[in-house]
Design a protein around this ligand. Structure first.
Ligand SMILES: [Zn+2]
Length: 200
């Protein structure tokens, strides 16, 4: 089967709804074609079903944000105070979101995970091979504590950076050790976080 034909069936393949013959043809192709294999991985990364454990990061983020919204006031403060920010990095919702993002990136075979601040939100982008996929868009009010959490895990100071700086996070998942290289740089709408994932 040719690549462009395979790609029309990739969503169905990942969702498990193709009829047998088509399924094995697509499966055989994604096995040997690196490009289509990567597209299938991106598709899987974006659509892992929320009902099944472990839940997808998207689902965890949605639930966590719902909790945060319910607690409203505290969640929406402006982070001008570093002590408040420091405390916020220890709050369960922030830890949960940071871990869900890392876990899903590793599980999905992503080479990198990036937090890209926009004017009114933060885009979470995963890199799988040559492909980029936006996993989630996170509200602006948790940008500062979430980025501070990544900095803290990487052994960096949580204060806003003036120039790029980097640190490392060691993660053990499924008996494998990963090294995450975290780079934080000033950007137009905040600070950009680039996390490169490597197997030890
Ligand atoms: Zn192909």
């Amino acid at each position: 089967m040719e690549c462009d034909k395979v790609r029309r069936y990739i969503s169905g393949y990942v969702a498990g709804v193709l009829e047998e013959g088509l399924k094995s043809a697509v499966a055989a192709h994604v096995e040997r074609c690196e490009e289509c294999g990567q597209i299938a991985r991106v598709e899987r990364l974006l659509t892992s079903p929320p009902a099944e454990p472990p839940s997808s990061a998207r689902h965890i983020i949605a639930l966590t944000l719902r909790d945060l919204e319910a607690g409203a006031e505290a969640a929406k403060k402006v982070w001008s105070d570093l002590n408040a920010l420091q405390a916020a990095t220890e709050e369960a919702p922030i830890i949960k979101i940071a871990h869900a993002l890392i876990e899903q990136a590793i599980r999905g075979g992503a080479a990198a995970l990036r937090l890209l601040p926009r004017e009114d939100s933060v885009s979470v982008v995963y890199e799988v091979g040559a492909h980029e996929a936006e996993l989630a868009v996170i509200p602006k009010y948790i940008e500062a504590p979430l980025i501070a959490r990544f900095k803290k895990m990487a052994g960096l100071d949580i204060a806003p950076v003036r120039e790029s700086c980097s640190g490392e996070i060691a993660v053990r998942m499924g008996r494998k050790d990963y090294r995450l290289l975290v780079r934080v740089s000033p950007a137009e709408f905040g600070e950009e976080v680039d996390v490169r994932i490597a197997l030890e």
